[in-house]
Design a protein around this ligand. Structure first.
Ligand code: NAD
Length: 247
């Protein structure tokens, strides 16, 4: 894989952790394809920033929970760059509530975006990666997928489901040179966590041995490593980037 111009598809790259992942991979000379589900402006800005780093980029309208959109996203990446070497399943949503308050709709939408979205994209790239005899699939899970969290049963279930998807597909594709790993971020400063109350934030901070929240770049740096040739013998793993929160 080392002497070809690599291409990465990063879902939900318009902001937060996804944006940092796009920039970290672009800084390594990797072409970037990202998608947005509603407004294109922020995603296009990220692609423009990646292009300033000397790579090519592509921005596609695709809702990861819709099979046709995901197929079209991977097809667009293939049509533009001829290959997909790295898939980062990053797009995710929360619809937090205590179990008795979670509506069926809020359960279904979280599972559809966070878990089914990753399944659809993984399925869409796997044939391509097998043909290319290599690839990297990186799923952005969460520490709450490892340990659970009161008020996030739907989100935790989706993120725990991602761990099963990761390990199973790692076993299926390992012999084809494709690695599949999951990253479990802790409490990372993004728009998603900005929405939490100050009380919730300080309670979480007290449980973090590093005594600080994480930055999107803390997660993106690990994605860049797992996507590299140096990480070729690491597969089926769940790696926490959480300042020690889940220890
Ligand atoms: P964010 O809300 O800032 O960004 C999520 C991105 O996903 C947005 O660009 C959004 O438009 C996109 N997206 C949402 N639904 C989509 C869909 N159906 N189709 C396409 N794109 C869609 O969130 P973030 O904090 O950057 O989180 C990124 C990932 O990291 C998520 O999977 C999240 O669950 C996970 N995570 C975040 C934290 C944290 O503390 N921020 C912790 C653990 C895991």
């Amino acid at each position: 894989m080392s002497d070809v111009q690599k291409t990465a598809v990063v879902t939900g790259g318009a902001r937060g952790i996804g944006r940092a992942i796009c920039l970290a991979l672009a800084a390594k000379g990797i072409n970037i394809v990202t998608c947005y589900s509603k407004s294109s402006a922020a995603a296009e800005e990220v692609i423009a920033e990646c292009e300033k780093l000397g790579v090519k980029g592509l921005c596609v309208k695709a809702d990861v929970s819709v099979a046709e959109d995901v197929t079209a996203l991977i097809e667009a990446a293939k049509a533009e760059f001829g290959r997909v070497d790295i898939l980062v399943n990053n797009a995710g949503i929360t619809r937090d509530n205590l179990i008795m308050g979670i509506s069926e709709e809020d359960f279904d939408s979280v599972i559809a975006t966070n878990l089914k979205g990753a399944f659809l994209a993984t399925k869409a790239v796997s044939r391509l990666m097998i043909k290319q005899r290599g690839g990297r699939i990186i799923n952005i899970s969460s520490v709450v997928g490892v340990s659970g969290n009161a008020g996030q049963a739907n989100y935790s279930a989706s993120k725990a489901g991602l761990l099963g998807l990761t390990k199973s597909v790692a076993k299926e594709l390992g012999g084809r040179g494709v690695t599949v790993n999951a990253i479990a971020p802790g409490f990372i400063e993004t728009d998603m966590t900005d929405a939490l109350s100050d009380d919730v934030k300080s309670a979480m901070l007290s449980g973090i041995p590093m005594k600080r929240l994480g930055k999107p770049e803390d997660v993106a740096n690990l994605v860049a490593f797992l996507a590299s040739d140096e990480a070729a013998y690491i597969t089926g793993q769940v790696i926490c980037v959480d300042g020690g929160m889940a220890v």
